[in-house]
Design a protein around this ligand. Sequence first.
Ligand code: NAD
Length: 426
Amino acid sequence: MSQELSRRSMLSKTAKAAALAAGPAILPALGASDRVTVGVIGTGGRGRYLTERAYAGVPSQINIAAICDTFTGNLNRGKDLVATKGGKAPATYADYRQVLADKSIDAVVIATPEHLHHRMLLDALAAGKHVYVEKPLSHTFEEAQDIMKVARTSKSVIQVGTQNRSNTLYNMAKTMIEQGMIGGCHYTRAFWYRNALPDGSGAWRYAIPADATAENADFTKFLGPAPKRDFNKARYFQWRLYWDYSSGIATDLMVHQTDVTAYVLGKGFPSSIMTSGGKNRWTVNDDREVPDTWSCLIDYDDKFHVNYSCYLGNSHFGYGEQFCGNEGTIEVINRDTLNFYPEAYNGVPAHVKARKAMSVTIPFCDNMAVEAHIRNWLNSIAGKEKPIAPVQAGYEAVVLGLLSVVSYRQGKKVLYDTKTDKYTFA
Ligand SMILES: NC(=O)c1ccc[n+]([C@@H]2O[C@H](COP(=O)([O-])OP(=O)(O)OC[C@H]3O[C@@H](n4cnc5c(N)ncnc54)[C@H](O)[C@@H]3O)[C@@H](O)[C@H]2O)c1
């Protein structure tokens, strides 16, 4: 296989095609009258990042007029951010229903822990708000079905926060594959590898804010529908580690990767899922419940297979998806680099051999993808586009993720029937 990545021959064509495919990123900005008045629910890490990206990418299209968080520290951080970047302090609330009751708010961003998405999304739809809901769509399969009963016919524009769909490189991969650059594709390998110090911010042991107390972090509101328990800072601020609030790797990381694989290759629901894994790396002085090791084999009805692996104790290979076609491979690595390798086996057809390997890196590509994702949502609210990650895509992604957890916890292969929307065990 050629290691010399000469890209000029293909780049101009594919870059143009990809730019077209990534349409939302190249639309002209809307006028001030089209500004959408938004409330941000959850101003933790993601809520503030989305706020920053909105101000960086679509400042003329958005007016963040309200924010909500149950931890005063993050509420204040969110307020300061909006005041600095938006020029006016937003209204602040500790109960998201107050944001929904505010008639001046057209749309909400939901960036709270996973187990709160279901209720918040349904309440937002009932209040007639447009919604950008962070992935995953829900915490359980039944919740996802419940959401779909309402969301399919809702007039609200729903964008799910799987922003890889708005990433130029994945759109380039999609275009190249549609143009036949890798031939038929029946196999994708996807992976995410991370490492961190035990007391660092990695492996989901995020630092607990020094100013957090039971008085300024409302644990009852954080728990929402989860089982009641006494105030626990680790559970509040490191919620990804506990089954009551998170499905771990499956819905935090894998869901992004299976979603974008489905997007790039035009797939829907999987037909079977089998997962193995465990807590192997983070076992000393660590009460985490979700695995740090996750291997998942996913089949689709149309002879397509995804081989997924994730490990939180080694970061060497980074993360990405490798679309392995009969005539070549396209991989997107760390969301900012696309590599193309034509097949080079003995006797490979001349037209395949003639293709040149290539590599494209776009610095800060995920930042731009998030901006494009928000822009697409706002343009969809303005009636100018359709959401690129509609609720159906969020549903397909979360069904896969949640059924992988069912498979892991039951130690069985799960079969999913698209027609009945039910699962059984093999
Ligand atoms: N798309 C992506 O690439 C991406 C990246 C990171 C996180 N996320 C998603 O964003 C969501 C939030 O993740 P995070 O990393 O920001 O978590 P976080 O813990 O940093 O922030 C969550 C915030 O929600 C607040 N909160 C908790 N309960 C609340 C309630 N009842 N009402 C209002 N606020 C409440 C918390 O106080 C906290 O500030 C998750 O669904 C996560 O999967 C997506």
